[in-house]
Design a protein around this ligand. Structure first.
Ligand SMILES: [Zn+2]
Length: 282
């Protein structure tokens, strides 16, 4: 799952990285950036990883979503319709640059699926864990990642790992599962806004509700992920968007068998289990 757990702790993790950022140990490899469906895929990915990214975005464009989950997803994302192009555009505006797992200056902790650096560093700055959010990225140079909306997403090795229990299923299932992660990370690029006026909503003190980047909160006592910063306070955040996308995609997957849909819906349920304190589900 997109590890949500690091949003608050990321400042500590990045201290070492930032020291490296001023004097990269390894020279930048030749610039080899690809633009896939409007998303800039930075150099450093393997060819097979790039083809998976392309396959996933191509799969997204086959998903003609209709029905209740699609309607709720459209409403949640505030997009004009739930057609695949609208979803692709929403995604590409928030996942602007994909960074590979092995990046000299940004080392992804083992086991982490993906990380939205704009959101993570914004909160590290707010929590005074970080004073500088300038990071040196091969091929891009120094980048200031201090806003959730910058859309710099790093993908970890687990992002590309195939689920062994899914191996006999329709190959597009893996794409849908990975797209769920991308929609999750994309939501971290957003700032909650008032629907009518479009102005940012004031965050509720002592909770992460309405905070820019939709940060996760600590899972409560007794929860499967007790104490980890991997829960959401309501359905408007990254987990809610991920689960809504997965449910709508399961319905839209015309080549999926019922058991395939069940796998995707189970993935959605896993995300929903981490949505807590929701007093007003929608
Ligand atoms: Zn997250």
């Amino acid at each position: 799952m997109p590890n949500p757990a690091i949003l608050v702790k990321i400042g500590v993790i990045l201290l070492g990285s930032l020291q490296l950022s001023c004097a990269p140990l390894i020279a930048a490899s030749p610039r080899k950036v690809q633009l896939i469906h409007g998303i800039q895929v930075q150099n450093g990915f393997t060819e097979s990883q790039i083809s998976l990214i392309r396959q996933d975005l191509n799969t997204l464009l086959t998903l003609e979503m209709t029905g209740e989950s699609a309607r709720r997803l459209q409403e949640r994302l505030a997009i004009p319709h739930s057609g695949p192009e609208a979803l692709r555009d929403w995604l590409a505006q928030r996942v602007r640059i994909l960074l590979p797992p092995q990046l000299e200056t940004l080392v992804m902790p083992t086991g982490e699926v993906a990380r939205n650096y704009g959101a993570a560093l914004f909160h590290a700055l707010r929590n005074s864990e970080q004073t500088d959010t300038t990071i040196w990225i091969p091929g891009l140079g120094h980048q200031r990642l201090s806003s959730p909306s910058v859309g710099f997403i790093q993908l970890g090795e687990p992002y590309f790992q195939i689920h062994t229990e899914w191996v006999n299923s329709y190959p597009g299932l893996e794409s849908i599962r990975r797209l769920g992660y991308l929609f999750h990370e994309a939501r971290h690029s957003d700032t909650p806004r008032d629907t009518a006026s479009g102005t940012p909503i004031e965050p509720i003190p002592s909770t992460a509700q309405h905070a820019p980047g939709y940060p996760h909160v600590s899972c409560p006592k007794g929860h499967l992920h007790e104490g980890q910063e991997s829960c959401d306070v309501d359905t408007t955040g990254a987990l809610g968007v991920q689960s809504l996308f997965l449910r709508a995609a399961a319905q839209a997957c015309t080549t999926c068998l019922p058991e395939d849909r069940a796998l995707i819906e189970d993935e959605a349920s896993q995300a929903e289990l981490r949505i807590i304190y929701d007093s007003n589900p929608s």
